[in-house]
Design a protein. Sequence first.
Length: 295
Amino acid sequence: MNVNATTEIPLVFDCLGDDLVGIVHKPESPSEIGVLTVVAGGPQYRAGVGRGMVSLARSLAGRGVAVMRFDYRGIGDSTGDFLGYDQTAEDIQAAVTAFQREVPEVKRVVLWGGCDAASGAMMHGWRVAGIQSLVLGNPWVSTEEIRSAVMRKHYTKRLGEAQFWRKLIRFEYNLLEYAVAGLRKVGRRLARMFSPPASSGGASSTDGAGRPVDRMLDGLRQFEGPVLFLMSGRSLVSNEFDELIKGSAAWQAVYNKPTCKRLDLPDADQTFSDGDSRARVNEAILDWVMGLKED
């Protein structure tokens, strides 16, 4: 049940000459902690994940937590070119500034995003003024090595399931399509084997060089605030994240910091798309914000 009357306020604000579009969900009596939500990069539509953000915003605002939803440059109604999740620090900073200008009661901001929005938050959260905490849903950390390891485990498990064999016997799998995809993957690997190695240039990964997963690690290492990971049991992306943690001492050192917490949703998919998962995410983020208020 809502305890606050709320107002939804459309915003247009500047980011390096482009117009970003956002919606602020403002309670009658906002708390000093607000939530900034980021939809994952790439083409999006206004249902699915986007609708989940609306549900979250209205739920939190009704409980006294101001929320702002916004689109990066080149996404949704915002102008400009989308440069990739790894180049969104300026977008996030512009959104935080606009959010706090519209709701001056908000002194601290929790940044929430899933998939590659969570990846971008890990990269950039430490450098954005006003961000106190991160909530990360199934961060995208995929590399070919990690993906291959997870897929091997996934299909090894599938071989032991009766449903897999029933589908195979009924020709419900397009084996030719899988074969062609496999040949293409082999071709890409051969091309990399015979290509000259790329120069790293000696730059620090926090300056924009290096593999994305290394930049995420650097960013998370430098972020001093509390971090909550929301992880789905039915997501291969979540499995890839766990594979990365398991195989890297450097990631384990950062991931196991006392400031990092984790909540598992065993029945949820990558985007928390079903109603029960969405409700649990909403409550988890509300509980997290309430906990920050008590600190």
